[in-house]
Ligand binder design. Structure first.
Ligand SMILES: [Zn+2]
Length: 271
């Protein structure tokens, strides 16, 4: 398993070329099986013939610890969260009109079917964000070389459920889902789509709702729009997209530019 998403970079090459090189690097280092991804066509076809997978997340959360445990903003230079430092210099965003492609690794999970299960929940969360017409869309692709990010099983991170990344120039970023979020004995599995709604918020450039809270200061953030303690980017459980999340994220993506003096918007191209 890759411990992080740092693959060798050659900044002079086009992003797609760098991505192809990154995929080859992963393949050489970890083997052919490692780069196999879930086929969206197959999974979605199977899903179409079964009953709706929509779960009533409010009913499903009884007995859960009332906090969301996400690693994305925890500073750890060895992990994907190292992008956090960049946030102190800029406000990363995807270029308006971008499609952010993702793939999902087909292997590495402890239980049969988990790769497909997790990929499908991520796709459902992506579809929900897509429905808000933010100006940036997610698409599920069947080839790692076309993906801006990949969903990967990250093993046991104790209480942590998932981690993501912010818009960046990496050819291939990683979203991790951890053991706790997939355990069949745990109710987190039932609300995995909601967990991904929060993580995709980070992928869109959203920080934690409480990033500037003096008691849990994560820093380097700017408030855009109204604060809402129920935001999908809070640790409210289960994460649900609020009306203010939609309005503010839409507004954020429509901004022609923003320069607070310390932080400037930087648009990245996912492809
Ligand atoms: Zn988070």
């Amino acid at each position: 398993m890759m411990a992080n998403n740092q693959v060798p970079l050659n900044g002079t090459k086009a992003k797609h070329d760098r991505r192809v090189a990154a995929v080859h690097y992963i393949q050489d280092k970890f083997g052919e099986d490692k780069v196999k991804v879930v086929d969206p066509a197959k999974v979605l076809q199977k899903r179409g013939t079964s009953t709706s997978s929509t779960t009533d997340s409010s009913a499903a959360t009884d007995g859960l610890e009332n906090h969301y445990n996400c690693l994305t903003e925890k500073f750890d230079p060895s992990s994907v969260a190292s992008i956090l430092v960049g946030l102190f210099r800029e406000i990363p965003r995807w270029e308006y009109g971008s499609v952010v492609n993702f793939a999902a690794y087909g292997g590495g999970y402890p239980q049969d079917g988990d790769a497909e299960f997790a990929a499908l929940r991520l796709w459902e969360a992506a579809e929900q964000w897509n429905s808000y017409d933010l100006g940036v869309k997610f698409a599920w692709v069947d080839n790692l070389e076309d993906a801006a990010f990949v969903l990967e099983y990250g093993g046991d991170k104790e209480g942590v459920l998932a981690s993501a990344f912010f818009p960046n120039s990496q050819p291939l970023s990683t979203m991790f889902v951890y053991k706790k979020a997939l355990e069949t004995s745990d109710t987190y599995r039932k609300i995995l789509k909601n967990i991904f709604l929060h993580e995709l918020g980070h992928v869109l450039g959203l920080r934690h709702e409480f990033a500037l809270d003096p008691h849990r200061f994560e820093g380097g953030a700017l408030i855009y729009g109204a604060r809402n303690p129920k935001s999908v980017m809070s640790y409210e459980f289960p994460p649900e997209v609020q009306e203010s999340d939609i309005t503010d994220t839409k507004g954020f993506y429509k901004l022609k530019g923003l320069d607070s003096g310390m932080l400037k918007i930087k648009d990245y191209i996912p492809g």
